[in-house]
Structure formats: structure tokens, C-alpha cells
Design a protein around this ligand. Sequence first.
Ligand code: TYM
Length: 330
Amino acid sequence: MHCSYYGGVRILSGIQPSGTPHLGNYLGALKQWADSQNSEAFYCVVNLHALTLQIDPEELRSQTFDGVAWLLASGLDPEVCTLFIQSQVPYHAQLSWLLENVATFGELSRMTQFKEKASRQDGYRAGLFTYPVLMAADILLYNAQEVPVGDDQRQHLELTREIAERFNNRFGETFTLPVGVQPKSAARVMDLQDPSRKMSKSVSSPLGSLSLLDDAKEIDKKIKKAVTDTDNEVRFDWENKPGLSNLLEIFSAFSGETPEAVAERYTRYGDLKGDLSALVAESLAPITARYHELRANTNQLNEIIDLGAEKASKVASATYERAAKAMGLI
Ligand code: TYM
């Protein structure tokens, strides 16, 4: 794990447009995207990935615009970086097919996220299985050196590197090998009601997940009710105090202190929870307000995504052509 950024590093990352982002999405991804953006950074709303889920077409369309508005509200500046919608750049799906013939059935079968998601639905879609290959295509099309993501995407990143390396060995030097980058704190925000599993849109209970649309009252209620433990010592210790350590990491991600330093200032869980809920509410309020403003202006969003699609396509088409040619396609 590292988190150093310098100007000009080529970055790509993406987020699914499947409902309002939660605190894990914000701290694991959106916040670090805003902090690391530069003229060589590409961020996308991955609506092709959302097709693997049960999602109504109208809802998908609308949530894709929501996603763009959340990226902007989190601080991405389309005059600095490139912000685009995955389906508007056809090379993602095209490269994915080429890479499906480099990745193996065996390695896709070992993907934890696939196994988890497949076990929760009958008749899951074939796209759920090949999903990580599409993700590899997203990354490799942009010659990304760094991919800022939460901890749960680590295995997909490893697979991307393997696919790229295999391709390069078989067909000649074509792709850049990317590394995953995680934030110092809160790379894995846990469910507030069950700190043994990550905060998630699809699995967490309403009290377990904190949405970016929650108001100060809801934030306070969820943090006050967050599951901790019964021995009343404030200490950063993931093994023995996962619930409390999760809260300390969230605190640390917003305040910039280390979780240990935060822990030292408190003796009572209640005081820590009170200050944390105020800090979270205060930090999220301007983002939520900006989201509502941006979401109401569809013309502006359309201008931004048109520009993004154009900028992204230039880079993606060159990489796609190189890869297709290397594989012998005419
Ligand atoms: P998605 O849409 O599930 O999540 C978006 C980002 O949020 C991070 N994240 C978390 N971080 C910390 N704690 C959590 N509880 C938590 N939950 C989610 C994710 O790690 C991610 O960074 N497959 C990806 C989307 C994707 C992508 C890509 C990412 C498609 N193509 C190319 C990077 C590069 C996904 O489903 O993320």
C-alpha cells in the first residue's frame, strides 16, 4: 500500500452507478480520487458493470447521471481530470472480449467477489463471471500506472496485472502494469452493525451503511448505534476491537490524524461517537449540498460527459488498436 501522488501520474478508477455512494465508497475511492486528480487522471462511472446486477433501465440511466454528479460533488474537476461514462467509450467492451481470451476460466472462478455475489443469486448473469476482465480492460485501455481503490478491489487489481503481463509476453509489449493505491485510513470501511464485513450497498442493513445522502440526524443515529464491544477502553486494535477500530479509522480519514492519536484523546465511547458523528456530518454536508445543485443541472452534466467521452476515447482507441493488431486482428 502506498499513497504518494505526484503530478502527471496516469490514473484510472471507476465506480458502479448502483445507488447512492456510501461512506466506504467515499473514503475508499472518491475522496482519494479528488486528492490525486491531475491532467493524466481518468475516472469513470462504470455503467456496463452495473448490467451484471438486476437493474431497471430507467433507473440505470438516472443513477448513471447521479454517479457523475457524485464524482463532481466529491471534488473532481473536469477541467483538471477526465470524467466519463464507461458505455460512451465502446473500446471497454471491445478490449474486454480480447482479454477474455487471455484470462482463464480457472482464475475467474477464484475471484472472491464473484463467488460471494454468485452465491446470493440464482441464475446469475454470465457478465458477473467475466466482470473482472471488463475491469482489467477499463484499466489497461488508459495505460494506468495507479488505480486508487478500496481494499476490496485488491484481487481484481492482481488479476489485471496478470492478464497484462500474460498479454505482453504472448503478443509483445502492449500494456502498462498498474498498481492499486489505497488510502492510509479507511481503505476498508466496515459495516457499522457488523464490523466483520465491509460496508456495502447490497448487503449492509440500513443501520450498517452510511449513505452520502444521510442527514446529520441519521448520521448521528447510525454512529451512536454502531456496534462496539463491552470493555470500555478506547484503543485502536482491529483484532480485539473491530467495531471501535472502524470508527477510529473513519475519524482518522476525515481528521487527518492517525487512528492511534484519535484513540488517545478519548476515554469514553460515547464521547468519541458524539465527536465522530459531528465530524462526519460537517464533512459530508457541503458535498451533499453540491450534489443536489449539480444533479439539477442536466445540461451541464451532459456537457461534462460529452467532453469526457471525447478525451477518454482518444486514449482508449489508440490502446485498443495496438492490442487488436498485436493479436492479429485486421
Ligand atoms: P464499487 O462501485 O463497488 O465501489 C467503488 C469504490 O468504492 C470502494 N469501496 C470501499 N472502500 C472502502 N470501504 C468499503 N466498504 C468500500 N466499498 C466499496 C471500492 O473499492 C471502489 O474503489 N469493480 C469496481 C468498479 C470498477 C473499477 C474499474 C474500479 C470497474 N472498473 C476500474 C477501478 C478501476 C466496483 O465494483 O467498485
